[in-house]
Ligand binder design. Structure first.
Ligand SMILES: N[C@@H](CCC(=O)N[C@@H](CS)C(=O)NCC(=O)O)C(=O)O
Length: 213
């Protein structure tokens, strides 16, 4: 009997691949993982360039060779394959439209504040300007989180009664700048969702491996 080929997730500890690891785990989608070192894959790794020429993680190589980048695309792919996971409301569910709105908002509004803030020197060569861009993207991110805090039902999950991909993003992204203590003080509803996801036994290993807790 031939062994089924599993998708291969390319990632780095603590990065966006942690979101995908959590999603694939909850969906029950088996996968293999290639964990790369920060500073190697994103600057010099030619082998990874063949997987994702933009050298960004997460990237998921499917069994048929197709490469999926973009965490939200990967999350929706997994949710489509495992509708019973509830990670995405079904197309005719009342929460579906809002779910799509906020999922895209997370990756189109919040994630780019890291894209520009983590590597400001790519956009502004002068050191003072790069520092200012880092500060501005950090400030902007806090305003974006406040907007989300004020907009979602949080009853008890971000979108309501069902845990979805949005909750997984919140659990991972609240570990990034400005980090959990800030959320506890400034966005308690987001913080509560993050803690709720943290408490899922199925994800204990994923968070431990990626964030040390
Ligand atoms: N829109 C992408 C963003 C991915 C992204 O920014 N990944 C970061 C790590 S969390 C990365 O690979 N950074 C390396 C670099 O930009 O060189 C997604 O949602 O997957």
């Amino acid at each position: 009997m031939t062994k089924a080929v599993k998708p291969i997730l390319y990632g780095a500890l603590g990065g966006g691949s942690a979101i995908v690891e959590a999603v694939l785990t909850l969906a029950g989608e088996p996968y293999d993982m290639v964990t790369m070192e920060w500073g190697e894959f994103d600057q010099t790794d030619d082998a990874f360039s063949k997987i994702n020429p933009m050298r960004e993680i997460p990237a998921l190589k499917l069994a048929d060779g197709t490469v999926l980048t973009e965490s939200a695309a990967i999350g929706l792919w997994a949710a489509d394959r495992h509708p019973e996971s509830g990670l995405s409301p079904l197309p005719d569910a009342p929460e579906r439209a809002s779910f799509l709105r906020w999922l895209v908002w997370l990756v189109a509004s919040i994630y780019p504040t890291f894209t520009y803030g983590d590597h400001p020197e790519r956009y502004i060569a002068e050191t003072a300007g790069a520092k200012a861009l880092r500060q501005a993207t950090d400030d902007r991110r806090q305003a974006l989180w406040h907007h989300m805090e004020a907009s979602l039902p949080f009853a008890p999950w971000a979108m309501g009664g069902q845990m979805t991909l949005i909750d997984i993003y919140i659990a991972a992204m609240t570990r990034w700048r400005p980090r959990r203590t800030w959320f506890k003080e400034n966005c308690p509803k987001l913080y509560a969702v993050a803690e709720r996801v943290d408490a899922l036994p199925a994800l204990e290993d994923v968070w431990q491996k990626n964030f040390g807790a």
